[in-house]
Ligand binder design. Structure first.
Ligand code: PXP
Length: 236
């Protein structure tokens, strides 16, 4: 399993003062130097954290891979086609949400998703769909042409240590197995931290975990390099 580090929170902090500190480019470089195998950023429609110039700079300096999270928005797709990240991850987006609160509904719009991602697939960009660990969402995802799903681990993470943990974990395990049997590769992320991440080892064949909040939070106390290498030690 590989570690992808989401650096959006570094941009949130920077934007709180409207200046240039902390530098998201430097954050990406430190994450890479300490074992991140990809850097994830979400270019939201309201640009509340990562801005266009950040992704244009990141694509030039990254030594690993840029994974661009994005909603089904034509203008963001234009940017993706222009910068050609290694991969994009299609996420649902609601302006009022604090973070990506649920998975993309692929069952209700399979054709629309397939059409939206086609130009990016044609351009050689790997496409992942961020979905809840649900049988129907997995089956629909397999019909779109996307090569990956990223399973939303938010419910598992919230239930970790409580009675519902096992039930939520089994949803992830079964969804991963179903996805793999349908030819999809599987990533996971959202809410994973230094305590709950170890159970991801029980899911065979997971490719990558995308983790942001817990790493950036730990970095406040330990520094980013240490926080990334601690997480890398737990997952690789
Ligand atoms: N994966 C996706 C698709 C996300 O939207 C997010 C949050 O931006 C993450 C992973 C990382 O979640 P967290 O910040 O809770 O680790």
């Amino acid at each position: 399993m590989l570690l992808g580090v989401n650096i959006d929170h570094v941009a949130t902090l920077r934007n709180a003062r409207g200046g240039v500190e902390p530098d998201v480019i430097k954050a990406a470089q430190i994450a890479e130097e300490n074992g991140a195998k990809s850097i994830t950023t979400h270019l939201r429609e309201d640009r509340r954290h990562i801005k266009d110039e950040d992704v244009y700079s990141l694509i030039k300096i990254l030594k690993t891979r840029l994974n661009l999270e994005m909603a089904m928005a034509d203008d963001i797709r234009e940017i993706a086609l222009d910068i050609k990240p290694y991969s994009i991850c299609l996420v649902p987006e609601r302006r009022q949400e604090v973070t990506t609160e649920g998975g993309l509904d692929v069952t209700g719009q399979t054709e629309k998703v397939a059409e939206f991602i086609k130009p990016m697939l044609d351009a050689g960009i790997i496409v992942s769909l961020f979905i809840d660990p649900d049988e129907n969402q997995v089956k629909a995802s397999a019909k779109t042409g996307a090569q990956f799903i990223e399973m939303h681990t938010g419910c598992y993470s919230e239930c970790f240590g409580y009675a519902e943990e096992e039930q939520e974990f089994q949803k992830l395990k079964k969804s991963a197995e179903l996805a793999q049997s349908l030819g999809l590769k599987v990533n996971a992320g959202h809410g994973l931290n230094y305590e709950n991440v170890h159970r991801m080892h029980e899911i065979k064949g997971l490719c990558e975990l995308n983790i942001g909040h817990s790493i950036i939070s730990r970095a406040v106390f330990t520094g980013l390099g240490q926080a990334v290498s601690d997480m890398k030690g737990l997952i690789e």
